[in-house]
Design a binder for this molecule. Structure first.
Ligand code: GRF
Length: 222
């Protein structure tokens, strides 16, 4: 049964809470993916320790040791291939990738971003969402393409912005949704229940938990 599971490698740079949500989901024998390695470009990433404690092979490949991005990525590629990785899941991986690396993993690399893409790509997402005054934000799992935070969208979760939100309170609410969305999206993707067609992700089985609109502020008072 294990050999039918898609072998997933996770790339991180920091805390690794999304990584842990994938590791936790993959403990279910029915989950269609196995997390076979975790790689970090930062040796001090908290997530490396968390992955090791969870019994996952974890290794730092310090980008600062390499002359350029391509050499760093060559080592990353080697580590991924050594672990037999079939699909890469970026989870807070804060390194820009070269088009060459992205092309080598074309349609085999996912990322999670804390906004409803294409809104607010890049950094400081929650600050920018608050500055724009949006009443709904969220998170997106997408297939990685050469442009940053761009690519076919696999799944999204909408999260309300509430009065008095700070970037921290909003980030915490979105992160809770991220932890549910990423395992869900990864399972849909690796099991083939969704496919990429014409740079959009299609699939009759794309399920959304809540088919009704999310109103923010809500229609009825509390
Ligand atoms: C998450 O908000 C993710 O969407 C973004 O970086 C953050 C990583 O957090 N790409 P963690 O390391 O998964 O806790």
């Amino acid at each position: 049964m294990t050999d039918k599971k898609k072998r997933v490698g996770i790339l991180i740079s920091g805390r690794g809470s999304n990584m842990m949500s994938l590791i936790a989901a993959a403990r279910d024998p029915a989950y269609p993916a196995a997390i076979v390695c975790v790689l970090s470009n930062r040796p001090d990433a908290e997530g490396l320790r968390k992955a090791e404690s969870a019994g996952i092979k974890a290794r730092a490949i310090d980008h600062a040791r390499f002359k350029n991005r391509a050499e760093f990525e060559a080592e990353l590629d080697e580590a991924l291939h050594e672990a037999g990785v079939e699909l890469v899941a970026c989870a807070g991986f804060m390194r820009l990738m070269t088009p060459g690396f992205i092309e080598r993993w074309r349609d085999r690399m996912l990322n999670i971003h804390p906004s409803l893409l294409p809104a607010f790509p890049g950094l400081n997402t929650h600050e920018r969402a608050l500055a724009a005054g949006v009443r709904v934000t969220g998170c997106t799992v997408h297939v990685v393409r050469a442009e940053m935070d761009d690519g076919p969208i696999v799944a999204q979760a909408a999260v309300p912005v509430v009065d008095g939100d700070t970037a921290e309170s909003l980030a915490a609410r979105v992160l809770e949704a991220e932890h549910k969305l990423y395992p869900h999206a990864l399972a849909l993707f690796v099991s083939g229940r969704v496919q990429i067609a014409g740079e959009k992700v299609r699939g009759p089985q794309v399920s959304i938990n809540q088919e009704k609109a999310l109103f923010s502020p809500p229609l009825k008072g509390p």
